[in-house]
Each structure stands twice: as structure tokens, then as C-alpha cells.
Design a protein around this ligand. Structure first.
Ligand SMILES: Cc1ncc(COP(=O)(O)O)c(C=O)c1O
Length: 387
């Protein structure tokens, strides 16, 4: 039988990260700086809470919106941490990771053929999510010269009627760049004059190193037009538990819940119980992991710049996005040859959009020793290229 796959899926490009990591499978002694997940295990007290919940028989579905206890804890956290007020009954939805949150929000908001702005370089799933919702991603390319940040001028040029919203992500995957309050206020001032909705993926918000992270809905006039997306994967090293959440206006959360109840039903209960514990007692864990990421950030930033792979010091997350232009190689060739010759896996910048050509993404969610060794190998690779 000739099985026919839907056109919109057939035409969707495979993830540039997956494509590259298929090469890594089966290779020994590779130092992988490619994966976007913490190298720490979930803190023990959180794991233990998950284990106890299973022992006690918490193995059922939860309410579609998520355990009320967790929604109340999220609301309390957003209030105490950022002064944000959300009603746990109507304005918060627990999702299967931020991944599901992005998908639901895009699908809830987009009419067929409407546009959604995606500044690039961007996280790999945004464009495909918009396409799967029947919309058209409008990629705005940000360059190294502008610090890989969307400028108010760029945003102004795209405030058309046919544009439904914008997907923001800061600190950013893949660049590690974030926005200061002043920079965000300038974007917010423009958005206030428009009808655009904002989906703000702030999954790395807690991993901001040099200044306070400002959530987008905390800016004047932004709460009513923002779906704030966050989760437990990165800050608490809980990628496998699959818990995220969306906080936003009641109408949008309602619409997202409708899709969620037909597609997911609910997020996994074990993860939800563990997430409650993370919010109750996990603040110290975040600080400890953040301290270690900051130490690695300094090492990687210094070493890359010393060897001529220039890059700005990341503001947050655990990614750095050095230029490899002086090597004379394109991103894919650089990453492939680095892998083959020195067994260091990094992701070609083009996985995050066309504007990523000339860059690679390095994740420093790897041990300090691994990173030192990887930097030595990259340096040796560059020397050999020149010889
Ligand atoms: C920017 C960004 N958003 C969302 C996700 C997915 O997160 P989750 O595990 O909560 O689905 C990632 C994972 O790498 C990410 O980098």
C-alpha cells in the first residue's frame, strides 16, 4: 500500500539538530556539546517526591488544567518572584513541557494563513509549530552586530494587520542572549500600539546571570496580551518529567485547555507532584546549578575568544554562539569536520535559521572537565585547519 503522508508534514524540514545528531550515534569518545539539556540529575528531594507519589498510588489522570495544588503553587511563585498575579483556576494551564505550551498557544490564536513573527536565530520548533497551525512564520533575522536582539525598528516594520503575534524567547536558545528591562520596554511600547499577541517562552528565565530577568507580562500593558510560557525542564533539571505551564488571559487559556483536553488530556501526574516539590523547596537547587553554569560560561567564553572564535558573553541559558567565520568553513562543514576529526559535537548555527550561517551553538551543560577538554580539541582543530 502506498501510504500518503500529509503534505504540510512532508514539506516540513527535519530538525537541524536531529539531522546532525544522527551522525553522532555510534561514535565513541564524543564530547557532546550539542544537547540542550542540563547535565545535572533532578535534585534528589524532587525525585524522592515523585517516587513517594507512585508508592502512594498517585497514578491517575489529573484535571485537564493540571493538579490544582500545582496551579496554586505556580500562581504563588509568579506572585512572590515577579509580582505577577494570575488566577490559578482560570489563568494557568499545566502543559506537557513548554513544547506543548507553544503548540497550544499558536494553535489557539492563529487563523489559517495568518502570520506569526519569529525572530531568528530561534529555537528549532517555533517555525514548524506555526506551519502546523496553518499559519506562516515571518522570520526576522537578527545579526551578531545587533547582539542577536530584535530591535524596535525591525519590529515596527512588521506590525501589519495580517500579523497575529510574535514569539519571543529570552534568554535565547541558541545564542544565550537576553534583554534588559529597558530593551523590553521599547518593544512593549510598540506592541501597545498594535493588536499583536505575545508568546513569551521564558524557559531559561531563572538562568540569567548578570541582571534580573524581567518577565514580559510584568511590563506595563503586556499582561493582557501575553501568554507567558515556562516550565521545569531547565531550571530544575527536569527535562524527562515533561512539565511546563502557560499563564495568560482567561480566554486564551480556555482555548488552549480545549485543545489540550482533546490531545493530551493532562500532563503526567508524577511530574506534576514533583513540580510542586520543586516550587516548594527547589530555589536553592537552582542557585547551585546556576553558579556552576556561570563558572563554565566564563571558561568557554574566554577560551573560544582566545582561539579566535569570537562571541559575546551569554546573558543566560547554557548556550554560546561563536562565530566560525575565520575558519573559512560553512557551519555544517565546520560542525561535521569537528565531530569527525576531534569528536566534539556542536550544532551548526543554520539549525536555528539561515542567519545562523557562520556560527555554531555550543551547550555548556557539560562538566567543567569535559568543557576544558572540548576547548583543547577545538583549538587543535583550528590549528590544523590553518596548517
Ligand atoms: C527555548 C526552548 N523552549 C522550549 C523548550 C522545550 O522545553 P520543554 O522540555 O519544557 O518542553 C526548549 C528545549 O530545549 C527550549 O530551548
Amino acid at each position: 500500500m502506498n501510504i500518503k503522508i500529509a503534505k504540510r508534514v512532508r514539506e516540513m524540514p527535519p530538525s537541524g539538530i536531529r539531522e546532525f545528531f544522527d551522525l553522532v550515534i555510534g561514535m565513541d569518545d564524543v564530547i557532546s556539546l550539542g544537547v540542550g539539556e542540563p547535565d545535572f540529575d533532578t535534585p534528589w528531594h524532587i525525585r524522592e517526591t515523585g517516587i513517594y507519589s507512585l508508592e502512594k498510588g498517585f497514578t491517575s489522570y489529573t484535571s485537564n488544567k493540571g493538579l490544582r495544588e500545582l496551579r496554586v503553587a505556580i500562581a504563588a511563585h509568579l506572585k512572590s518572584r515577579h509580582g505577577l498575579l494570575y488566577d490559578p483556576d482560570t489563568e494557568i494551564l499545566v502543559t506537557v513541557g513548554v513544547s506543548e505550551g507553544v503548540d497550544l498557544a499558536v494553535r489557539a490564536l492563529l487563523e489559517r494563513d495568518e502570520k506569526f513573527i519569529v525572530p531568528q536565530p530561534s529555537y528549532v520548533s517555533y517555525g514548524p509549530e506555526v506551519l502546523m497551525a496553518g499559519g506562516t512564520p515571518v522570520y526576522i533575522e537578527t545579526t551578531e552586530a545587533q547582539g542577536f536582539k530584535l530591535t524596535p525598528e525591525q519590529l515596527r516594520r512588521h506590525l501589519h494587520r495580517s500579523v497575529r503575534g510574535i514569539l519571543l524567547n529570552y534568554p535565547s536558545n541558541p545564542t544565550g542572549v537576553s534583554y534588559t528591562r529597558r530593551e523590553l520596554e521599547k518593544l512593549a511600547a510598540l506592541l501597545r500600539q498594535s493588536d499583536l499577541m505575545v508568546l513569551s517562552d521564558e524557559i531559561y528565565g531563572e538562568l540569567t546571570y548578570d541582571y534580573e530577568h524581567v518577565p514580559f507580562p510584568a511590563l506595563p500593558g503586556m499582561k493582557e496580551r501575553t501568554v507567558y510560557l515556562n516550565g521545569f525542564s531547565k531550571a530544575y533539571a527536569m527535562t524527562g518529567w515533561r512539565i511546563g505551564y502557560a499563564a495568560g488571559p482567561e480566554g486564551v487559556i480556555d482555548a488552549m485547555t480545549k485543545i489540550h483536553q482533546y490531545t493530551m488530556l493532562c500532563a503526567p501526574i508524577t511530574g506534576q507532584v514533583a513540580a510542586c516539590e520543586a516550587l516548594r523547596h527547589g530555589a536553592k537547587d537552582i542557585l547551585e546549578m546556576k553558579r556552576e553554569y556561570a563558572r563554565r560560561r566564563t571558561l568557554v567564553h574566554q577560551r573560544l575568544n582566545q582561539m579566535g572564535l569570537t562571541c559575546a558573553k551569554p546573558d543566560g541559558a547554557f548556550y554560546i554562539f561563536p562565530s566560525i567565520k575565520t575558519s573559512g568553513l560553512d557551519s555544517k562543514t565546520f560542525a561535521r569536520r569537528l565531530l569527525e576529526q576531534e569528536k566534539v559535537a556542536a550544532v551548526p548555527g543554520t539549525a536555528f535559521g539561515r542567519v545562523g550561517e557562520g556560527y555554531i551553538r555550543i551547550s555548556y551543560a557539560s562538566s567543567y572537565e569535559n568543557l576544558k577538554e572540548a576547548m583543547d580539541r577545538i583549538e587543535r582543530f583550528l590549528k590544523q585547519l590553518k596548517s
